[in-house]
Design a protein around this ligand. Structure first.
Ligand code: BES
Ligand code: ZN
Length: 627
């Protein structure tokens, strides 16, 4: 037994680990001295001793009990001749563990901690190549949202989906739940025959009468990219290697909305190198989906709230597609390096949008991003405004803020300004090639950048303030400024109107994109009274907007301004939409105008069953809600 595992379990009484006993082998134990893998504090797995390389998952999805019954067979490499391989689990009911010789083996479950769940220790020998874990998930598994028919678009069939990032994969599959462990997988999943199952893998394009679907993911992925969705879904092709799945009633609108996807993949390939995952499909989820999008490989999961009818919110697709390089090919080594996933992806997203819609368009996105960044810099504790995070002992979700996204983006934009677009593009392309299917820490990136980007220009380096950007709070003074003539026009029109110099029909809005509208609403002065809100609403019908980005910011501003005409729309939105990015500011606004929280809690109580655990975790805290 190696030392760290020994340490971990010497403090407890280890029950028999012989392969021949048949009595129930599970014992829940108090482990007082677990030593974690030193590179990732959010896993119990000890990858330096034994790490997995392939998953064979055989599962049944039961909507009545909300339970997944499965066997997960893991191939692994025993690095240190350890007699124990460690997995992460949360509330999995494990009935049996066998080795590749078919014999049952002993296993133990350590004490569970909040967010982390528990370690699952399995007895192996130096010769063991596989372990098979038979288990059931809990109906309240954090990754999974089970929706009844009423919560879907079609209202006839139930729906379920998973969201594994950051550390929720362990709530539905026993795994080494660290971004630093990559594996291939195949799966066989049985679902009710009227539903289709999809995963982050090769996917069926139509239902079959058996309800059994098979999947393969032949490129190595980390556990946070494991994903499953089951529902009444149909496929619509976009291009030869791109398509979209949606509920039948939403398919045509989805096909139209995402019509630019093939072009985006081409642009991305030109910029960053060959697309490594063969197909790029998207799945439109019910509005309960807690994110805008999730970059599950081969099958991005997206919120239906980006279906605006005019393709105006598809920067989100550019973002999830860009993760096919930053994140999915080259992965943050642990959650402290989260900006290596998201900051890079925002940078890539805006490079794609620059090619697709022009620099004046992507610059508007950057300015809106800089406003989000300014808000986060004010709102967060200083130590959480560093790019390199310190999340040890915390929920990694605490680090998933606009700092990673926007400060990361501004850092990379600063480098682009220093070295030029061409050199930065070439550097990134090479970076993806050199790190394909690997992980990266912030520190490894700095070394790589020093030799491959800064190189001979090392006299420039001190001025770049790299360490300040990465290890210190706040925003260094060499952060780039973006300007936008289009936003300047918005600003002067808004000023002229709010000063009373202009009437609304004197503002020329016919060419405005969603970005201009967002800027316009965000910049409404705090002094504006409710009559002027009504005037805007009469002219532009914001309260009825089918564009959820516009609607969300309008509702937020209106709540704060006391424009109560939006009240029914606020309630309807909060009950219908589960996307955390929209929910948090709206509930905060409700709390601001009614600090007792009565109204917020009243709505939340109705809406909560529609939300995924990612959203309820945040909102329970905000609203001090307990069941
Ligand atoms: N990977 C993220 C979503 C995520 C982040 C899940 C952290 C779990 C933990 C995804 O790529 C993302 O960034 N989504 C954004 C899209 C936006 C930046 C265009 C979202 O959902 O709003
Ligand atoms: Zn992202």
């Amino acid at each position: 037994m190696n030392k760290s595992i020994l340490l971990a379990i010497s403090a407890i009484t280890f029950v028999v680990m012989s392969c021949s006993t048949t009595e129930k082998k599970e014992t829940v134990v108090e482990d007082t001295a677990v030593t974690y893998d030193s590179t990732d504090f959010h896993t119990y797995a000890q990858k330096k001793d034994a790490y997995v390389t392939h998953l064979d998952w055989d599962a049944q999805v039961d909507f009545d009990t909300r339970i997944i019954t499965a066997t997960a067979t893991w191939d692994f490499v025993n690095v240190s001749d350890t007699d124990t391989i460690v997995f992460d689990i949360v509330d999995l009911n494990i009935s049996k563990v066998t080795l590749d010789n078919g014999q049952e083996t002993g296993f133990k479950i350590g004490a569970a901690k909040p967010h982390m769940g528990a370690p699952l220790y399995i007895a192996v020998t130096p010769e063991t190549k596989k372990v098979s874990i038979t288990y059931q998930s809990s109906p309240s598994a954090g990754a999974v949202l089970w929706l009844n028919p009423q919560q879907t678009y079609g209202k006839k069939h139930p729906f379920m989906f998973t969201q594994s990032e950051a550390i929720l994969a362990r709530t539905w599959i026993p795994c080494q739940d660290s971004p630093g462990v990559k594996f291939t997988y195949n799966a066989k999943v049985k679902v009710p025959t009227d539903l289709l199952a999809l995963m982050s893998a090769t996917n069926p394009q139509e239902k079959n009468e058996t309800g059994v679907y098979e999947f393969e993911m032949n490129q190595p992925i980390p556990s946070y990219l494991l994903a499953l969705a089951v529902g009444d879904l149909e496929f619509g092709a976009l291009g030869d290697r791109t398509g979209v799945y949606a509920e039948p009633g939403q398919l045509a609108a989805s096909v139209h909305e995402f019509g630019e996807t093939e072009k985006m993949v081409q642009i991305a390939e030109e910029l960053f190198g060959k697309y490594a995952w063969e197909r790029y499909d998207m799945l439109v989820l019910p509005p309960s989906f807690p994110f805008g999008g999730m970059e599950n490989p081969r099958l991005t999961f997206v919120t239906p709230t980006i279906i605006a009818g005019d393709r105006s919110l598809t920067a989100l697709i550019a973002h999830e597609l860009a993760h096919s390089w930053s994140g999915n090919l080259v992965t943050n080594a642990n959650w402290n390096d989260f900006w290596m996933n998201e900051g890079f992806t925002v940078y890539l997203e805006r490079r794609i949008m620059d090619s697709l819609n022009g620099t004046d368009y992507s610059d508007m996105l950057s300015i809106l991003g800089s406003q989000d960044l300014a808000f986060s810099l004010k709102d967060l504790p200083a130590e959480d405004t560093r790019l390199k995070l310190e999340l040890k002992g915390r929920n990694p979700d605490d680090g998933m803020t606009d700092i990673a996204y926007e400060k990361g983006f501004f850092f990379l934009s600063m480098l682009k300004n220093e070295f030029g677009k061409k050199r930065m593009d070439d550097f990134l392309k090479q970076y993806f090639t050199d790190h394909t299917f690997k992980n990266i820490t912030t520190e490894q990136f700095i070394v790589y950048m020093d030799s491959n980007l800064i190189g001979a220009d090392s006299m420039k380096r001190p001025n770049l303030q790299i360490e300040k950007w990465i290890y210190e709070p706040g925003l260094p003074q060499n952060s780039p400024e973006f300007t936008s003539a289009r936003f300047q026009r918005v600003g002067s029109s808004l000023k002229a109107w709010s000063d009373g110099a202009f009437s609304l029909d004197e503002i020329e809005v016919s060419e405005w994109s969603t970005n201009e509208w967002l800027q316009f609403i965000r910049k409404l002065p705090d002094t504006l009274n409710i009559d002027r809100y009504a005037e805007l609403d009469n002219a532009y019908h914001f309260t009825q907007s089918g564009n959820n980005e516009i609607l969300a910011i309008w509702l937020e501003k209106s709540i704060k301004a006391g424009y109560t005409k939006v009240d029914p729309a606020v309630e309807e939105f909060l009950i219908h939409v589960g996307r955390r990015k929209f929910l948090t500011p709206l509930y905060r606004a409700l709390l601001e105008v009614d600090p007792s929280g009565t109204r917020a809690t009243e709505i939340y109580t109705k809406a909560r069953p529609n939300y995924h655990s990612v959203s309820t975790e945040t909102l329970d805290k905000l609203l001090k809600y307990s069941l």
